[in-house]
Design a protein around this ligand. Structure first.
Ligand code: UGA
Length: 434
């Protein structure tokens, strides 16, 4: 099929690569010239393993191309994918400006029947909004072209984006016509995934409901971890025992310093706002967000308890990105931790294999190092905030010889407490007995 993907962000670029890999001819469009120039040089605007190589190959075969010309790209395709950003407004509502702009351009440029697939995360009811805008433009042009809107939310994880896009556990497809169903069945015929056909609105809700549910699991474990420290239970064992019940499942039970990233915090806000607007509040989600926020305070309070005070203490932060295998620092817990350290007049050193360049723009006063071993030199405490392999597999024996005080606060329960303690460190995890 000839497919145009609109919006060369994380989801758009990965989707375009996955669709091209599965035998389609794909054009990826973005109005950001710099981004398109980069992609034309086969450079990814973000770090994600495996995509750059795939992109280079698909480009050379002519299966994938990049452009800023949206109108032309609309004309030549059978299917349009909308993958533009849907950021949060100050009140938590979703900003649909880009989705609306793109819909208008589609209405203005549509020359024959198209299936329009929405992959951006959008609030329930957005499918109707897009339909209205496109129809309005078609009416202005006095043309009777038909089209279908499909909601096909994306469930890929950063760090595993291409794998997830090629091997989705399930594909949710919200449709309103048999014609659209056939198109989507053909599109996904090469995937070995279960397809769930439902209404557009249901599909829109499934995306938010899934992300919020995963975040809920994390916040629950984080609160249990705090209680575990009080009553002497080990959250790792508790999670293991819980996860063995197939009704619960073992994933997303890892306690830590909270969830971050461009999705969970934003989507929880959006779903909470929707609940309020509809006078059907989601009280659980309010608690989920509050626990996530207070997890940082709890972590910093523990550090203060250990060191007495943070003033003029040298604190080494290992890991800045919101999770490993990405350069993304959006809503990363490290930002809130560093903010608090600086407010307490600590001297902050930091290491991250991928996220340093972005973090420099947030905190210029932090001393960034290109090697973890440099960050820990003379440290009064080491904070592990992202479970990067480069951090977990550090030569901790050597580290012990370099620090000023042997305190390690492991915000991801990524290190082996028995080994670390055997080296003479005071190790403190999240929900692990002292
Ligand atoms: C999340 C979802 O997992 C994807 O399915 C979804 O497509 C995506 O959002 C999106 O909406 O685009 P992602 O944000 O890439 O994916 O990252 P996750 O792997 O879900 O991790 C999110 C955060 O939760 C990270 O900060 C991670 O450290 C934290 N986390 C995760 C925990 O603290 N504990 C866990 O057990 C799991």
């Amino acid at each position: 099929m000839d497919i145009t993907v609109i919006g060369a962000g994380y989801v758009g670029t990965t989707t375009a690569v996955a669709l091209a890999k599965n035998g389609n001819r794909v054009i990826l469009v973005d109005n950001n010239k710099e981004k398109i120039e980069k992609l034309n040089r086969s450079c990814l605007p973000f770090f994600e393993e495996g995509i750059e190589e795939a992109l280079l190959l698909l480009k050379s075969k002519g299966d994938l191309s990049f452009t800023t010309e949206l109108s032309k790209s609309i004309e030549v395709c059978d299917l349009l994918f909308i993958t533009v950003g849907t950021p949060s407004q100050d009140d938590g509502k979703v900003d649909l400006t880009f989705v609306k702009e793109v819909s208008r351009t589609i209405g203005k440029g549509m020359n024959r029947y198209k299936t329009i697939v929405v992959k951006s995360t959008v609030p329930v009811g957005t499918g109707d909004v897009i339909t209205e805008i496109i129809q309005e433009e078609l009416n202005k042009r006095k043309v009777g072209i038909s089209f279908d809107i499909v909601s096909n939310p994306e469930f890929l994880r950063e760090g595993k984006a291409l794998y997830d896009a090629l091997n989705p556990e399930r594909v949710v497809v919200g449709i309103g016509s048999e014609k659209a169903k056939k198109v989507m069945e053909e599109l996904y015929s090469k995937y070995h995934s279960v397809l769930l056909f439902t209404t557009v609105k249901n599909a829109e809700m499934i995306k938010y409901a899934s992300n919020a549910y995963l975040a809920m699991k994390i916040s629950y474990m984080n609160e249990l971890a705090r209680l575990s420290e009080k009553v002497g239970t080990n959250i790792l064992e508790v999670a293991k025992g819980m996860g063995m019940d197939s009704r619960i499942g073992p994933q997303f039970l890892q306690a830590g310093i909270g969830y971050g990233g461009s999705c969970f915090p934003k989507d929880i806000k959006a779903l909470t706002v929707l609940g309020h607007e509809q006078d059907s509040p989601l009280q659980i989600l309010k608690a989920v967000a509050e626990v996530n926020e207070s997890q940082i305070d709890w972590f910093i309070d523990k550090l203060i308890n250990k060191l007495g005070s943070l003033t003029h203490k040298r604190i080494a932060v290992l890991g800045l990105t919101f999770k490993p295998q990405t350069d993304d620092i959006r809503e990363a817990s490290s930002i809130k931790v560093i903010q608090k350290l600086l407010q307490n007049d600590s001297i902050v050193t930091a290491y991250d294999p991928k996220g340093t360049e972005y973090m420099k723009k947030v905190f210029s006063e932090v001393l960034y190092t290109s090697e973890p071993i440099e960050a820990v030199r003379k440290a009064d405490a080491i904070l592990v905030l992202t479970e990067w392999k480069e951090v977990v597999e550090l030569d901790w024996k050597t580290v012990k010889g370099l620090v000023n005080q042997p305190y390690i606060m492991d915000g991801r329960n990524a290190l082996n407490p028995v080994y670390i303690r055997s080296l003479g460190f005071h190790y403190s995890g999240v929900g692990i007995p002292a």
